[in-house]
Each structure stands twice: as structure tokens, then as C-alpha cells.
Design a binder for this molecule. Structure first.
Ligand code: GDP
Length: 615
């Protein structure tokens, strides 16, 4: 072992892992040559014109020449940008991100010789009750059969099984809510989607929604036809229904693998795992274990004993105990790593899910984490990200502060506008009736739009334009709608119990009422002696007999049980010092604004104004 000569302490082992931070100097990173166009995602026509130093009109004309009609603020895809750049004698170069607060957007470029196979990350989706949870359970239990550690498992949000000597990672949150939420936040964790369809029930709305999400994310789909143990099972029906959605079975000449399973009876599980391995081999999933880790948070929470706990999936690099990481808006040093079997890890390779501790604060699902070499820089990066987010948030808040949600009506009354969406017409009618009846001291709810079906982009636009809140009853917004709502600062509230809606709206209305204030007595003092000063007038030498006297409070002078004056404190002194407050049992000097008639034996009562809740 190497020793530091001076203090004879063992030197820390050198870390040979490569950093994820580009070594390009910020100034030089994006300095284009005369004929280079630095490309950033989401560039508009006018951005590109500016970058090429031509007028918008010239660029639009060029695009027209290429057969494209465009508007100034239209976003162009990379292919179009390349095409038009070529026309104008430019080559396109990708932007190199050097701003560390955008570490999550930084592209990692690996030397192909460092790349090795990594385990695939799987999400299970499908209609409710089609057996997603049961399937996740049966797969988890299959490792007992394969001789791997069984024992008690704890839900950490993801787990890994070994099959044919290969590791497979499953995200342990069935359904597409988590998947779409993460995707809406830009996280692309899943490599393969397993679409579960019950053979006795066939394709349902959520099956279609799930497959649309998987397709949008360009993730390969494996169909697990479940519940084949049931006498009423009709797998052919599932295959033909899904074929009309472009999922044509391999056996019918298509490319989609179908596996017949019974999650409950544990039939077909091995075959499903075989197919996952086959598909992941075709996907050629690779990562570089010789660099510092980068990955995504799957779940996170605050644990009483352990502090912030997060389950992360390492997507590239190797994560080790002691690593300094930035994770969303927080940072920390990896203290412990364990899996769902509570096995401790000292390092986690690409594709591995681990529960980590050591973070300063709880991150959010979908946050990207990355290992930094320098603790100070990590802390600064997390702080800078947090303050950036606060800024955006407060801007959004301003856009929809509760007060601004009130549109003054012609008759002077105030309303809370609502856009109401529900699964069936019956619910709409009932809810509308109940909501429009609410009247809290002249404040009421006003449904500006109601309709059957999921929350759409036009609902959000309308809500944004009319300062409304969107209420969804038994319906959910898609990822795209959710992110539109976020960007426009529109609040979406989802419910499945009617009275919760009315309860919440009543609460919201109450919260919007002008606050009511009440004087609350904080304490009393007794005047024991009067001192007269030529400059300041009379100062009452007092003893605080009860509670506390506060200089910012209101003073009431009581003589023989009768209030003789109400005013403000001019001075509150302890010995010779001005103080903010004096507590029971202490002497103090008090003078009152515009009141010089204070006498020995008077009681000075102090009160402060407090907001009271309206019920
Ligand atoms: P999820 O909502 O998609 O997560 O569905 P669950 O896993 O909770 O399953 C819904 C119901 O279907 C439960 O009562 C399960 O026991 C049952 N179930 C799941 N898989 C099978 C199966 O393969 N065969 C049969 N007969 N029932 C199943």
C-alpha cells in the first residue's frame, strides 16, 4: 500500500474512472468557425437565422425552396436544420454543454473499446387488473428457483434477476404513470416495455395508451399475453386486436414477440425472460464501467433513521461508496448502497438498481444523478440548480397566484374558474351541480368548460387563458398535456371521490377570502413608578406580570379595570437598552406614542394582530 510520507497515513487509492464532464474550455466549446452552425435541440427558424447571420425572410425563402413552409418561431428538427444549413454552405455541429448546472443534459461519449454489455431495464405496462403486479411478483420470486438469494424482499422501486447468466433489471412500479412522468421530465430509463394483456379480457383503453407511450419513446415492446390458465382465455383475440395497432406477432410474419404466460400460476415466466434477453441482445445495450457513474432516480423518500433515501439505476459508469454525486437539486456522498434483498454493495455496475443513502435532501423520481470529482463544485452545482428552479417556479406562481385566479365578475362578485373533465357524462352533471352551488361569502366556483374524456391540450390552453384550475375526475392527463400544464403554470387536480372535489374547492375558496385578523393578547405589565424626562416625556417603570410585552404590539392602558387609551408602544427598554420584547418577571421602561398621562398602578396590556382561519 502507498503511504503518505509526512503523516504515514495510507494514501487513498487512485480512482481510474473517467469523468463525465467534458474537458473543453467553456469559451472554446461553442465557438463556431465561420461556416459552422452550433445546433441545440428546439432551435426555431429565427434562432437559426440569427446563428447564420441572415434575415428570417432569407431563411424562410430557402426553406420554401426545399418545399417547407415555416413560421419564424417554428422549431425545426435536426434533419431539416442540416438540410438548410447545407444549402447555405454551413456544416452543423452539436452544442457542447459546459455549464455544469446542465450536467443532466451532457452527452457522454465513450471510446467503443471501453464499452461492455449492460443489463436491460424493463418496465411493465398494461390495463388495470391484467396482472402487472402479479407478473412482477412472479418474476421476483423466480430467482428463488434459480438458486439466487430468496428471503425477504423490500420494495425499493426496482429489482434485478439473473437468467441464463444474464442480469435483467425490472422497474417495480407497474403502470405507465411512472413511465410517462419520468419521460415528461426527460428521463429515458426503460430499454424494453412488457405490455401485459389479459387473454380473457383483450385490448382495453389503457393497453392502447401504454403501447402509444412505448411507441412514442421508441422502446421495443414484448407482449405478455397473461391469464392463459383461464378457461375463457383467448390469446388469438389479443394477437389480432394488437395487430391492428401495428404489433404483429412474429408467428404471423410480424416483428413483435408475444409470450403466453400465467403470472398467477407462474407459467411462461422463463420463456418471457428468454425473450427479454434476446430482445436486449438485439438492442445491443452497452455502457462503460470505467467512468464515473451517471443514472436516474426511480424513487426517493425521507427515512427517519437513514435520512434521504433514493433508488437509482446506474445507466453508465460505476457507482461506488464514497462517490460525490449531484442528484437533481441536491448533492451528497454515497454512504450505503443496497438492493431489494438488503444486500450491501460497495460498487454498482451499469444497469444496476441500488438504494442509496448519503444525500443532503430527497431528490425526485426522474432526476438524473452524476458523480462529481469535487465536493465543493458538486455543492455549488446543486445549489445553483435549486435557485434556478426557485426562480422559474416563482415566475409560474406569479402567473397563477390564487388571487389572479379570481376574475371579477360584472356584478362585482368573485369566482374561481374551473375546467372539469370526467370519465362519464353522469359524473359531469352531478359535479357541475354540486360545484356551482358552492357559495362562500359571495365567492363561488364557475365551470368554464366541462366534458367527457381525458384532459387535453386545449383544456390546458383554455385554463391558462381563463386562469382556471383543471379538475379531472377518473381521468388523467397524458405526459404531453402534463408538461404543457407545467410550462403554462396551470394546476391540474385529479380525483376519484366526488366529495373530495367539493371539499377541496371549498377550502380553496376559503383560502382566497380576504384574511380576517383578530387581536391576541400577549401579556400585561404593571406600572410601578413614573420617570419624567424633559426630552421624551414620561416613561413608566413597569414589571411584566404576565406573558410578554412586544414593542411591535398594540398597547392598551387600563386604569381601575377601565380601558382609558389604546395606542402604540414608543419605547420598550430593559435597563438602558431598547429591546423587542420583555418577558414575565422582568422590569422594563415603557412609553406610549401620544400618551403622557400614564400613572402608577396602570396596567399596560400588549396585543398583536393574528390572522384567523375562517371555517
Ligand atoms: P394489475 O392491476 O395489472 O397490477 O393486476 P394484478 O396483478 O393486481 O392482478 C389482478 C387480478 O388478476 C388479481 O386478482 C390476480 O390474482 C389476477 N391474476 C393475475 N394474473 C393472473 C393469471 O395469470 N391468471 C389468473 N387466473 N389470474 C391472474
Amino acid at each position: 500500500m502507498a503511504y503518505n510520507k509526512k503523516n504515514k497515513k495510507p494514501m487513498p487509492k487512485k480512482d481510474f474512472r473517467k469523468s463525465n464532464i467534458p474537458t473543453v474550455k467553456p469559451k472554446e466549446a461553442n465557438k463556431p468557425k465561420n461556416t459552422e452552425l452550433i445546433y441545440r435541440p428546439e432551435m426555431t427558424v429565427s434562432d437559426i437565422a440569427l446563428a447564420m447571420d441572415v434575415s428570417n425572410a432569407i431563411l424562410i425563402k430557402k426553406l420554401m425552396g426545399l418545399g417547407m413552409m415555416t413560421a419564424v418561431n417554428q422549431v425545426l428538427d435536426r434533419e431539416t436544420v442540416e438540410l438548410v444549413a447545407l444549402e447555405m454552405g454551413y456544416t452543423v455541429k452539436d452544442e457542447v454543454i459546459t455549464d455544469l448546472t446542465r450536467y443532466d443534459e451532457m452527452e457522454i461519449v465513450d471510446d467503443p473499446k471501453d464499452l461492455v454489455k449492460r443489463s436491460p431495464i424493463i418496465t411493465i405496462m398494461g390495463h388495470v387488473d391484467h396482472g402487472k403486479t402479479t407478473l412482477l411478483d412472479s418474476i421476483r420470486k423466480s430467482r428463488v428457483v434459480s438458486g439466487e438469494a430468496g428471503g425477504i424482499t423490500q420494495h425499493i422501486g426496482a429489482y434485478q434477476v439473473e437468467h441464463q447468466g444474464e442480469k435483467i433489471t425490472f422497474i417495480d412500479t407497474p403502470g405507465h404513470a411512472a413511465f410517462t412522468e419520468m419521460r415528461a421530465r426527460g428521463a429515458k430509463v426503460t430499454d424494453i416495455v412488457i405490455l401485459v394483456v389479459a387473454a380473457d379480457d383483450g385490448v382495453k383503453p389503457q393497453t392502447i395508451e401504454a403501447l402509444q407511450h412505448a411507441k412514442a419513446a421508441k422502446v421495443p415492446i414484448i407482449v405478455a399475453v397473461n391469464k392463459i390458465d383461464k378457461p375463457s382465455a383467448n390469446p388469438d383475440n389479443v394477437m389480432s386486436e394488437l395487430s391492428s395497432h401495428d404489433l404483429i406477432p412474429e408467428t404471423w410474419g410480424g416483428t413483435t414477440p408475444y409470450v403466453m404466460v400465467s403470472a398467477l400460476k407462474k407459467m411462461g415466466i422463463d420463456e418471457l425472460l428468454d425473450v427479454i434477453i434476446l430482445v436486449s441482445e438485439m438492442e445491443n445495450l452497452k455502457a462503460n464501467p470505467k467512468r464515473l457513474a451517471k443514472g436516474t432516480v426511480i424513487e426517493a423518500s425521507l427515512d427517519k433513521g437513514r435520512g434521504a433515501v433514493a433508488t437509482v439505476i446506474v445507466e453508465n459508469g460505476t457507482l461506488k461508496i464514497g462517490d460525490i454525486i449531484v442528484c437533481g437539486n441536491t448533492f451528497g456522498k454515497i454512504r450505503t448502497m443496497n438492493d431489494d434483498l438488503k444486500r450491501r454493495f460497495t460498487e454498482a455496475l451499469p444497469g444496476t438498481p441500488v438504494e442509496i443513502t448519503g444525500l443532503d435532501d430527497v431528490p425526485r423520481a426522474g432526476d438524473v444523478f452524476m458523480v462529481f470529482e469535487d465536493e465543493k463544485i458538486a455543492r455549488q452545482t446543486a445549489e445553483a440548480r435549486a435557485s434556478k428552479e426557485r426562480e422559474t417556479y416563482s415566475k409560474q406562481q406569479k402567473a397563477t397566484s390564487l388571487e389572479s385566479m379570481f376574475g371579477a365578475q360584472d356584478d362585482g362578485s368573485k369566482v374561481l374558474n374551473l375546467v372539469l373533465k370526467a370519465d362519464v357524462q353522469g359524473s359531469i352533471e352531478a359535479l357541475k351541480g354540486m360545484l356551482e352551488k358552492i357559495d362562500i361569502e359571495g365567492f363561488h366556483a364557475n365551470v368554464v368548460r366541462s366534458g367527457v374524456g381525458s384532459i387535453s391540450e386545449s383544456d390546458i390552453t383554455l385554463a391558462s387563458a381563463s386562469n382556471a384550475i383543471v379538475i379531472g375526475f377518473n381521468v388523467r392527463p397524458s405526459a404531453a398535456v402534463k408538461s404543457l400544464a407545467e410550462s403554462q403554470g396551470v394546476e391540474i387536480r385529479l380525483y376519484n371521490i366526488v366529495y373530495r372535489i367539493t371539499e377541496d374547492i371549498e377550502k380553496a375558496l376559503k383560502g382566497m377570502l380576504e384574511p380576517t385578523f383578530e387581536d391576541v393578547v400577549t401579556g400585561q405589565a404593571e406600572v410601578r413608578q413614573i420617570f419624567t424626562f424633559s426630552k421624551v416625556g414620561k416613561i413608566a417603570g413597569c414589571m411584566v406580570t404576565d406573558g410578554v410585552i412586544r414593542r411591535d404590539g398594540k398597547a392598551t392602558i387600563i386604569r381601575d379595570g377601565v380601558v382609558i387609551y389604546k395606542g402604540e408602544f414608543q419605547q420598550l427598554k430593559r435597563m438602558k437598552d431598547d429591546v423587542k420584547e420583555v418577558r414575565q418577571g422582568f422590569e422594563c421602561g415603557i412609553s406610549i406614542v401620544n400618551f403622557n398621562d400614564i400613572k402608577e398602578g396602570d396596567i399596560i396590556e400588549c396585543a398583536i394582530e393574528k390572522e384567523v382561519e375562517v371555517d
